[in-house]
Structure formats: C-alpha cells, structure tokens
Design a protein around this ligand. Structure first.
Ligand code: SIN
Ligand code: CO
Length: 388
C-alpha cells in the first residue's frame, strides 16, 4: 500500500506521518476512523464465546468493598445472569480467530507488519465498567464498537510504577490524568506502550482492541541463544591458543573476556540463523491445539482443488515470509521452510490471500516445489479447506 495516501482510519494522516509522529510515541484520537462502524458481534454473541473451552475470557467486577474482582472463563451459561446492573466488564481474547468479520478489522492495519499484531480483543462493559487504570507493554488501537466509553490517558509508566496489591490484576496505585475523550461507535484511540490509561463505560458498551506484540529483550536473548545452541557442536569451546603465560593463576584475565566476546559476536551475528529463529518465534500460534493438520496426499489434494475446493489460512495460524541470502523462507505456525527465489509470488499469495483455489494457484501447481509446499501446509494445518 502507498504510505503517502491520507487514511480515514488515521484521521487523514498518511501511514508515513502516523509512523513518524505517533507510533510508539503518543496517543492519537481519531473521530470516525471507521465511519458507521457497527459491532460485528452482539453482546450476547460475545458472552457465548466466553462459554467456550478454547477461548480465553475474563470478567472484571468492581465491587464496593473488595474492589476489582477477576473471574476467569470459560463461564457457565448462568454466569452473566447474576451480574449486577453496572460496573463490570467481560473481555474476550483473540476473537479474530473465531469470528471472520472481526478478523477483517485487521485488514485496516496493513501499514504495519502483520507479525506485530497479537489479536483483536473484544470487551463488553455495563455502565461504569472498566478494568481500572493500568498500562500495557504493547501498542493498541481501541475501536469503539457499540455504546460510549470515556477514555482517560495519564503518565508514562514502567515496571517500577506503584501498583495496587492485587494478585491477578495490574492496577496502577496512582493515575495522573492528562487527557480524556468520550468515544462513540467508529471512533478510535491509538495508545503507545507504557502510557497509563483507563476506560470507563458510559452505557452498555463494546470496545475492539487491536493489540500488538513485541518480544521482550529477555525473550529474544534466551530464546535465540537456545535456538543457536542446537547448531553448535560440543567440541566448539572457549579456546585460548596463543595465550600468554599467567602471572597469577587465580585471576581471570581481561583477555578471557575478549575471547568470550568474540565467540558470542561470531554466533550472535549469524543473520541467517537470527532470521530463521525470529520468523519461527513470531509465527508461533497462540493456540497450537487449533492447528490440526490432516493426512492428505498430492493426488487427493489436486483432485480437491480441481473439484473447486477453496483453501483458507487457518485463522489460528500465523504466517510470514522473508529473504535469507539468495533464498526465501516461509514461516508458518512456528516452522520454517527454505525455498527457491522463484516462489516469491506464491509465498506472498499464501501469506496474504483470503482464498486459494485452482485459479490463483494454477501457475504453482505445475511446479514441484510449489505444489509440495502447498500439500505440506495442508498437512501441517496452516492451510485448510474451507467448508463454504
Ligand atoms: C477494555 O477493552 O475494556 C480494556 C482495554 C485496555 O485498556 O487494554
Ligand atoms: Co489497556
């Protein structure tokens, strides 16, 4: 997409301007980011999702005496009937994986890498409901879907910011309001990481949170070094050929540190392995149990496509592709495959297309490597035949 086109979603800013001035920096309120936006699911449907075993949901209830009670789903059918008239919120995670109309919202954010997107969380709140003042480590776009919500933003926080004593919820002990807005359906608020915020429902209200993800520095270091370790033979060790005789054998000399640094740098700067690890890590599915492959051979696969079958990306699968040297690599649900450069258009199609069928796949079905890749992705479960 052209980064210099003004976008309604960003209040008339271009993607380039938004990235330069707001992304990861400061909040942006957009009135009518999606004009006429109507919540694709109703409060009852959201409550229905919260009954499902495989869906993460939680209820936050603000009581008078013991504030901020957290209940975790899945919930029993009568759980909602007992709730008070006001001051509670139901939050359901990753609704995009279960409701295609909610997944479509993600299409609006094509100016950002898809692998940075975590999920679309949907919340329903009774009047007065909210999860309390808090901060998140991630960027989020809060799109109002139904009813009105008052959003307040405050100070920039970090892991030293004082929190209320609460075993399950992270609620700031102190909230210094700097700005506030009341959002109507279609309005959207972008918040950068670490900014304190607090949303309170003015009436029955639904909010769609398009949440982003970024691995922590600790995750990058521990996971990448674990990954690297698998490729290093046991005999490759700290070595000190040409070392000088010691003057004091009990001292660890500075030159040992230099040798260690050289060893680390050599491996840490292996771009091929770094890209491979990163792609695998960032495409690991949130719910691996929902990526169930099927047994299928090439013949049956081709026959289905010829019969008009349509393949879609498994809504729980994450996919991305990249260049590694002269080759390409496809990452699908935490696995990677090295492929020839001639498959570039196929990889783009597989990662981005809503539907794959005999017409758009035709050029690739005659190619051994391309055909093989498609069959493997169906076997692995990242691609699946659609029922419709
Ligand atoms: C909500 O939708 O109620 C909470 C979203 C958030 O503040 O992170
Ligand atoms: Co938040």
């Amino acid at each position: 997409m052209n980064p210099d086109i003004s976008l309604q979603l960003l209040g008339g800013l271009t993607a380039r301007e938004f990235m330069r001035d707001y992304w990861q920096k400061k909040p942006l309120l957009v009135r009518q980011a999606i004009p006429g936006f109507e919540s694709p699911i109703s409060p009852d449907e959201l409550a229905g999702l919260a009954l499902e075993e495989e869906i993460e949901s939680r209820l936050v209830i603000e009581h008078g005496e013991r504030p901020w009670e957290l209940r975790r789903g899945p919930f029993a059918e009568d759980a909602f009937a007992e709730l008070p008239e006001r001051d509670w919120t139901l939050l359901v995670q990753a609704v995009d994986q279960f409701v295609p109309e909610v997944a479509e919202l993600i299409e609006q954010f094509k100016f950002l890498p898809k692998w940075r997107i975590d999920d679309v969380m949907v919340s329903f709140a009774a009047p007065g409901g909210g999860v309390g003042p808090h901060f998140d480590n991630y960027d989020v776009f809060l799109l109002q879907g139904y009813g009105t919500r008052r959003w307040q933003v405050g100070q920039v926080c970090d892991s030293n910011s004082p929190m209320l004593q609460h075993a399950d919820l992270k609620i700031l002990a102190e909230f210094v309001k700097t700005e506030e807005w009341v959002l109507e359906p279609g309005d959207m608020l972008y918040l950068p990481p670490l900014l304190a915020h607090c949303g309170t429902a003015e009436d029955d209200c639904m909010t769609y949170s398009v949440g982003f993800r970024a691995p922590s520095a600790a995750e990058v270091l521990t996971h990448f070094t674990d990954f690297l370790g698998q490729f290093l033979p046991d005999e490759e060790r700290y070595s000190d050929a040409d070392a000088q005789p010691t003057s004091d054998p009990t001292q660890i000399q500075r030159d040992a540190l230099d040798r260690l640094k050289a060893l680390l740098t050599e491996h840490m700067s292996d771009e091929r392995l770094l890209m491979t690890w990163f792609g695998q890590f960032m495409t690991e599915p949130r719910y691996p149990e929902l990526i169930a492959g099927i047994e299928i051979d090439e013949e049956a696969f081709l026959a289905s496509l010829e019969d008009g079958a349509v393949m879609i990306r498994n809504p729980s699968a994450r996919m991305a592709w990249s260049e590694v040297g002269e080759d390409l690599v496809l990452f699908a649900s935490g696995q990677s495959r090295l492929l020839s450069a001639s498959l570039r258009e196929l990889l783009k199609l597989v990662c981005a297309a809503d539907a794959l069928h005999i017409d758009n796949l035709a050029p690739w079905l005659a190619d051994d490597e391309g055909r093989n890749l498609l069959v493997e992705l169906v076997k692995q479960g990242s691609l699946e035949f659609s029922d419709e």
